[in-house]
Design a binder for this molecule. Structure first.
Ligand code: AMP
Length: 216
């Protein structure tokens, strides 16, 4: 499986990627996660990326492409990958196409998680992450069950909000998606790779639709 999950922030790319990882045994490559790790580790790359991330803007293409090239070179990516949050603009999509062509492993599909803007806004403002285990919740639609969490993970949920999920930054992130990432929909339609999935359904229903889209 070599796919891109395309969709606005909050469309469920991270959650669905994790389900795909479990089912298909290929790694999720999330540029957002890689960048957050670099910020947390205080690396030079992380320091460079932090200002753009906190402002809801895109990190520069060279930085992101370098990270992707390096990650695709890891042994686990040889059997396939799920790209989550990458590419985010046309230049990145072109560069990805060239990179995969060079190694003879082109994309098989690009799955668009399609969702209404109003729903996205609610998903993002309500999103909370357990800082101990990384489980993602939503205070409006899927708050954590404290007892169940303790039983399953051995600790109480300690919820934090990503700095870029704060309301004022979300507007900017959605604007960036509209201006820079949305053009990828026609780019991948023209390439015959795009599959559209309705992402306004329960997690399992969306997952089944993705499986159908990928298998078709
Ligand atoms: P995400 O977790 O995918 O929503 O990404 C969080 C933030 O990381 C974004 O708002 C950007 O600042 C940055 N980022 C993630 N992926 C990319 C990318 N492919 N290109 C540029 N910036 C990115």
């Amino acid at each position: 499986m070599r796919i891109v999950l395309l969709g606005a922030p909050g469309s469920g790319k991270g959650t669905q990627s994790q389900l795909l990882v479990k089912t298909y045994g290929v790694p999720q490559i999330s540029t957002g996660d890689l960048l957050r790790e670099a910020v947390a580790a205080g690396t030079e790359l992380g320091l460079r990326a932090k200002a753009a991330m906190d402002a809801g803007k895109l990190v520069d293409d060279d930085t992101v492409l370098g990270m992707i090239r390096e990650r695709l070179g890891h042994a686990d990516a040889a059997k396939g990958f799920i790209l989550d949050g990458f590419p985010r603009n046309l230049a990145q999509a072109d560069a990805l196409g060239r990179m995969l062509h060079e190694i003879g492993r082109p994309l098989e599909a690009v799955v668009l998680l399609n969702l209404d803007l109003g729903i996205l806004f609610k998903r993002l403002t309500g999103r909370r992450i357990c800082q101990d285990c990384g489980q993602v919740f939503n205070v409006f639609t899927s708050p954590p069950d404290t007892a169940l969490h303790l039983e399953k993970y051995g600790h109480l949920p300690r919820l934090i909000q990503r700095p870029d999920d704060q309301e004022e930054v979300i507007g900017k992130r959605l604007e960036v998606y509209d201006a820079q990432t949305k053009p990828l929909i026609s780019y991948y339609t023209d390439a015959g790779l795009l599959r559209v999935v309705d992402a306004d359904a329960g997690m399992d229903t969306v997952f089944k639709s993705i499986q159908q889209a990928v298998d078709s």
